[in-house]
Ligand binder design. Structure first.
Ligand code: DWN
Length: 402
């Protein structure tokens, strides 16, 4: 296929088979569910990784089950990110901010006291409604050129556009970049936070592959996408959130913006380590982790009376569970703190989602930790609730117990 960023030919390097859209939770179990391919392509020109087959964004996000969870790990990350933005002078008391894919508005709420104004844009009507009810002004729409022009007309240019873990959720990255270019003030900045492809590959996190994640950005591919749209990558922040993430800072000024030392440093690192050998290792490790996890789970289940729940009705958990092709009933329940997910069923595996109190009253022998990005926080919570015995199976970077 041709790369959706630069138009060059891509190479297929991994096929996870067919899976249902990860957040399409079911109100009742369904045997015959629509599944779509999860095939990964690599562009040797701009060094991007992307899905071969992209589903329609309207279908994926209009009614959405993902609400940013209440989490100490996330609170800590918000402080870390904001401190970075303040220290490097991308954000201050006079900054006007638009957040794209703002979800229930938690990050906007966090930075509100530190900036001049906030506005969210999110296509999920149910989620945008909730944000508005909480007092976070949110436009229920996709951020595109029309919406950017509309905001421009009503509020004028914006100093800072933030897109956290949503930029890869669109098959056409140029659309969001064009809209950002239109709306940014002359010396404004665009902040894009995403899982970093180098971490995803190095840590074998193949469960990050699902239909919402249409791109797995490298610094080189982001640089290319930005420059095509008149924006310039000037800075980078790396963090541990979501299994390893990267924050790209782009400037609207093409000429004067100088590159930071961080950008030079991480770009050099990427040039050394992001190569085809890493991609093919990742593909091999994916199959090995599948075999190892299946064996671990089979051994656990074969030993009488053992019960396994999964912890976290995550999008990535759906990729993992569907890819493992476990028999019905092997995982009895999935535990999740999000109210709108509870009493729904995971698509494909038909596992019922229960709340955390259920697990507290009926602890299993094992939890398959499908929200492994909150590992420390979740294990601490379970232990403090009195469950000292349930063993956690952590899938990545290779299956182990905790
Ligand atoms: O990019 C995306 C990321 C950032 O969020 C999306 N496309 C959708 C979503 O992916 P995910 O579903 O894999 O995200 P999380 O953030 O790993 O989901 C964590 C889940 O775990 C939530 O459903 C809440 C749940 N949880 C819990 O039950 N107890 C979380 C915590 C911290 C807890 O203590």
């Amino acid at each position: 296929m041709s790369c959706r960023i630069c138009g060059s030919n891509t190479k297929t390097f991994l096929d996870l088979g067919n899976s249902p859209p990860a957040n399409s939770l079911l109100s009742k179990p369904i045997r015959e569910i629509n599944k779509f391919p999860l095939v990964l392509e690599y562009c040797t020109n701009c060094k991007s990784v992307q899905l071969r087959d992209c589903l329609d964004a309207e279908d994926l996000y209009k009614h959405y089950f993902y609400e940013t969870p209440k989490s100490l790990t996330l609170d800590q990350h918000y402080r870390y990110l904001t401190n970075f933005l303040e220290t490097r002078n991308y954000l201050n008391k006079n900054t006007t901010v638009v957040e794209v894919g703002s979800n229930v508005g938690d990050y906007l709420k966090f930075i509100q006291p530190k900036v001049s104004s906030i506005l969210g844009v999110d296509p999920a009507e149910n989620i945008a409604h909730k944000a508005n009810k909480e007092g976070i002004p949110t436009i229920p729409d996709f951020f595109n050129l029309d919406v950017a022009k509309d905001i421009l007309k009503k509020r004028g240019n914006v100093d800072l556009i933030i897109a956290r873990h949503c930029f890869a959720h669109n098959s056409n990255p140029h659309e969001l970049l064009k809209a950002s270019k239109e709306l940014l003030s002359k010396d404004g900045h665009l902040v894009i936070e995403n899982a970093y492809v180098l971490n995803t590959l190095e840590n074998n996190e193949f469960d990050q592959i699902y239909h919402e994640h249409m791109f797995y950005f490298s610094i080189q591919s982001m640089q290319k996408a930005l420059s095509i749209n008149g924006l310039k990558l000037i800075d980078i922040m790396i963090s541990l959130i979501h299994g390893g993430s990267i924050v790209f800072i782009a400037s609207n000024i093409q000429k004067v913006a100088k590159k930071s030392d961080s950008l030079e440093k991480y770009l050099n690192h990427e040039l050394t380590f992001l190569n085809e050998e890493l991609l093919y290792n990742f593909a091999r490790n994916t199959l090995k982790i599948k075999d190892d996890l299946k064996k671990i789970i089979r051994d656990i289940i074969n030993s009488e009376k053992n019960v396994i729940y999964s912890y976290g009705a995550t999008a990535k958990g759906n990729t993992l569970i569907n890819f493992l092709e476990l028999e019905d009933g092997v995982i009895s329940y999935c535990v999740d703190s999000t109210k709108i997910k509870q009493n729904q069923f995971l698509p494909g595996s038909n596992i019922r989602i229960v709340d955390e109190n259920f697990a507290k009253s009926n602890p299993p022998n094992y939890f398959l930790l499908t929200a492994w990005n909150y590992k420390d926080e979740i294990i601490k919570k379970v232990r403090e609730a009195g469950d000292l015995d349930s063993i956690f199976i952590v899938p990545f970077p290779s299956p182990h117990f905790a």
